[in-house]
Design a protein around this ligand. Structure first.
Ligand code: IMP
Ligand code: MG
Length: 179
């Protein structure tokens, strides 16, 4: 795994290795399995960022479950825009279901904070939040995050689903912007 990479105009340093990510994903999957055993939870991955994390998390969670995706967007380049638009909505009925919303990263919290009331209107049994990464010092909205992979500093990161101008989602590790 490269220790340093160049993406367009920016340089990034290796921050969380593939091995460390996979170990943590396994722990999260096992924790979720204990809580949701016999509930057939529906994982909802938030595209595009959570694509890879969702795929790994459901395989690390050894219980009956279902998976679907939604696409929402709040980011352009390096910064949150503060508004959230839904580009692909839910395709199925979630009434009475145990929902596990899967995010790659919670930064300001705007995306989930604005999405949650829309999902709550659909009368699920419960909605739990899981995010691989959380930037606690960037959080601006009150969110209860049920499962966190790693708490990280408020610096821009890419890889394992996270992008810089749509690039670098395919990296197996997570890389942090070099200052
Ligand atoms: P929030 O709405 O501010 O919490 O931001 C959530 C979304 O912004 C995430 O799902 C990511 O898609 C994107 N995002 C936030 N921080 C980063 C980052 O450091 N790198 C890449 N994408 C990010
Ligand atoms: Mg995202």
């Amino acid at each position: 795994m490269d220790k340093q990479i160049q993406v367009q105009d920016l340089t990034f340093n290796l921050f969380i290795t593939e091995t460390t990510i996979q170990q943590r994903v396994k722990e999260l999957g096992e924790e979720i399995a204990i809580q949701f055993k016999d509930q057939n939870p529906l994982f909802i991955g938030i595209l595009n960022g959570a694509l890879i994390f969702t795929a790994d998390l459901i395989r690390a969670c050894p219980i009956a479950s279902e998976v679907t995706f939604m696409k929402v967007q709040s980011y352009a380049g390096l910064q949150s825009t503060g508004t959230v638009t839904t580009q692909i909505g839910l395709q199925q009925d979630i009434k009475g279901r145990s929902i596990i919303l899967v995010e790659d990263i919670i930064d300001t919290g705007a995306t989930l904070y604005h999405l949650l009331p829309d999902l709550q209107k659909l009368a699920p049994r419960s909605i739990s939040l899981v995010s691989l990464l959380v930037k606690p010092t960037a959080l601006k909205y009150p969110l209860v995050i049920d499962y966190k992979g790693f708490e990280i500093p408020d610096k821009f990161v890419i890889g394992y689903g996270l992008d810089y101008n749509e690039q670098a989602r395919n990296l197996s590790g997570i890389y942090q912007l070099k200052k």
